[in-house]
Design a protein around this ligand. Structure first.
Ligand code: ADP
Ligand code: MG
Length: 591
């Protein structure tokens, strides 16, 4: 290949750079809304069509852009927010790289109308693929309106990578919520496909959380407050009883910028240690105010990660502040900061009454050196929860994968709280309890879907639950499919929803957990029907988790149900359910 080095033309360089900043419609929402906030707007309106694939429009009442700077704003590295590299450590704005508008206009059709207070008319500019197509003067209110149409029109491969509208809409709502919570003192509205989703008036943080996440969340908020030279901490945590299986309610803001930080999240988790049961996550809306020269925001293309100069201290302060708040609000029984948390009783054991010792029946006639008895070879340090061997000959243990077996005939024990071990005539079978249960539920739901009349149970008293505007969208979008699966509910646009019937497969007391998980997962159709996709989500939400101790009847019941499934070896998400160790392999290993 001849070595000819050329500089890429600007529009190609911009398209490449756009890939980092603009991944999907929600990235445009983030960049445009952040610009509006930086411009000092007090009201910001977001309008989208087809989950932003057709249109993202952001209208603000901020400072505007003057006539002669309007086209300059679309050049790469054009920014009014910093002048030198040192300014990076004095940042008060969300933007500073001057690349969002250049990136957006490289991959879409943009129209901007803007007016500053010193101009009597507004200027409008149309740009596509970084080329100015037209400029004109107009009458328009003070502030700026950006319309971004036909995202990725010139990069079909990127357009094809976009997910379904409901997934993309979820990402947009996520970005919108982050900014709305970071700035409760601003008015925000959000209209999707001509329907209003949010109309948020300027308020305080608690009320903003309530209007975006629903009354249930706002009723369980515990305030957190601390002022130290390293950081000022404010905001709320959700008390332990409101913690969820999903991580959808975890928000850190550093100098009002939403960030993701596994490190700080760990600190919050450690403050909640012993208060939350296995598999649940604490919820929080925490604001950290840190001197801008003690952080580096410029370490990630989307600016959602931050490097702290004094990470260790922030970790420790955050942890003790949250513990303190949980103590004051009497969530913790006693306040003892020197307590060694490793001595805490795990949450799941707290309410447990002492039970009689586990029943292990021992076969006194068992002879390990007898030839037929070499089926179970278990290392002594393995945790076995239930071992129930009958004293009869070991051969009676053995059965085949057979749909006609009654649960009681199945000999099984649980290992590591997640595997069920059973012996077949051909060898040993190890079954993952979570995936097995997913498969069982999935086949039952699919048969429900194919029936004309759905087996659902009417509830004696309607199950009432409060939902957020986002959750309402989910229920509206998927009403037909949820009804086909046996749910009955009424939507009247209010915050409380009544379920009058649910599928027979589920218990009423599981509903809170079910919706928590359902609302926070993404539906991907992958060529299957929407009903199929929702069934898979339901199975994932409701299946027995790994880590749960099952009694012998539950183990037998689960295996008997798995054996009746059409597909016994793969979960609904195509993951293996079981492995077989056949007799020949076992013999080989032992010899
Ligand atoms: P950055 O935000 O990093 O400066 P952008 O490409 O997002 O870069 O914007 C470039 C410039 O355009 C900004 O620095 C700002 O001066 C101007 N600008 C963008 N959006 C707005 C807006 N909504 N109101 C006023 N000025 C804006
Ligand atoms: Mg910007």
């Amino acid at each position: 290949m001849p070595e000819i080095i050329t500089l890429l033309p600007d529009h190609v360089a911009n398209q490449i750079a756009a890939g980092e900043v603009i991944q999907r419609p929600s990235s445009i929402v983030k960049e445009l809304m952040e610009n509006a906030i930086d411009a000092g707007a007090t009201s910001i309106d977001l309008i989208i069509k087809d989950a932003g694939k057709t249109l993202v429009q952001v209208i603000d009442n901020g400072n505007g852009i003057s006539h002669d700077e309007l086209s300059l704003a679309f050049q790469r590295h054009a920014t009014s927010k910093i002048k030198s590299a040192e300014d990076l450590f004095r940042l008060k704005t969300k933007g500073f790289r001057g690349e969002a508008l250049a990136s957006i206009s490289a991959i879409s059709h943009v129209q901007t109308v803007s007016r500053t207070v010193k101009d009597s008319t507004a200027k409008s500019i149309k740009i596509a693929g970084n080329k100015v197509e037209s400029e004109e003067f107009k009458v328009a209110p003070l502030g700026t309106s950006f319309s971004v149409k036909n995202l990725f029109y010139n990069i079909p491969a990127r357009r094809n990578f976009l997910k379904s509208d409901s997934v993309e809409l979820r990402h947009i709502i996520e970005e919108f919520n982050r900014l709305a919570i970071a700035h409760p003192d601003l008015n925000f509205s959000f209209v999707s496909n001509a329907k209003e989703i949010f109309d948020l008036k300027k308020t305080n943080l608690r009320k903003r959380i309530s209007t975006t996440f629903g009354i249930k969340v706002s009723n369980s908020l515990v305030p957190v407050q601390e002022d130290t030279p390293v950081a000022k901490i404010s905001g709320f945590v959700i008390n332990p009883s409101g913690s969820r299986k999903s991580r959808g309610q975890q928000f850190f803001f550093v100098n009002n910028r939403f960030i993701k930080s596994p490190f700080l999240n760990h600190s919050v988790n450690s403050a909640f240690e012993g208060l939350i049961s296995f598999g649940y996550h604490p919820g929080y809306f925490i604001f950290l105010d840190v001197d801008p020269d003690k952080i580096d925001v410029n370490i990630h293309p989307t600016k959602t990660e931050i490097k702290f100069e004094d990470e260790q201290s922030i970790y420790a302060i955050l942890r003790s502040t949250i513990k303190h708040s949980l103590g004051i609000f009497q969530v913790l029984p006693t306040l003892d900061f020197d307590r060694d948390s490793s001595m805490d009783t795990p949450y799941s054991y707290k309410e447990k009454k002492p039970s009689s010792p586990p029943l292990v029946s021992i076969d006194s006639s068992f002879n390990p050196f007898k030839e037929s008895s070499g089926i179970y070879s278990l290392e002594s340090n393995q945790k076995i929860n239930q071992i129930e061997f009958e004293s009869e000959s070991i051969q009676n243990v053995i059965h085949d994968l057979n749909a006609d077996l009654s649960p009681k005939q199945i000999k099984v024990f649980q290992l590591f709280n997640k595997y069920l071990i059973t012996a077949l005539s051909s060898g040993l079978m190890i079954i993952n309890q979570n995936r097995a249960h997913q498969r069982v539920l999935y086949e039952q739901l699919l048969s429900t879907l194919s029936l004309q009349k759905t087996p659902s149970q009417n509830l004696l008293f309607p199950f009432k639950t409060s939902i957020s505007p986002t959750e309402l969208i989910y229920l509206k979008d998927n009403k037909t499919e949820l009804e086909a699966l046996g749910f009955e509910f009424h939507l009247d646009g209010s915050e409380v929803i009544n379920f009058t019937a649910i599928p027979v497969l589920f218990k009423e007391k599981q509903l809170d957990q079910l919706f928590d998980k359902l609302f926070s997962s993404e539906i991907e159709f992958n060529g299957f029907s929407k009903g199929d996709a929702i069934s898979k989500q339901l199975c994932k939400a409701m299946a027995i988790p790994n880590g749960k101790i099952l009694n012998i009847e539950e183990q037998q019941e689960l295996l008997a149900s798995l054996f009746t499934c059409k597909e016994k070896t793969l979960s609904p998400f195509n993951r293996p359910i079981l492995v077989n160790l056949d007799a020949i392999e076992i013999d080989k290993k032992i010899n």
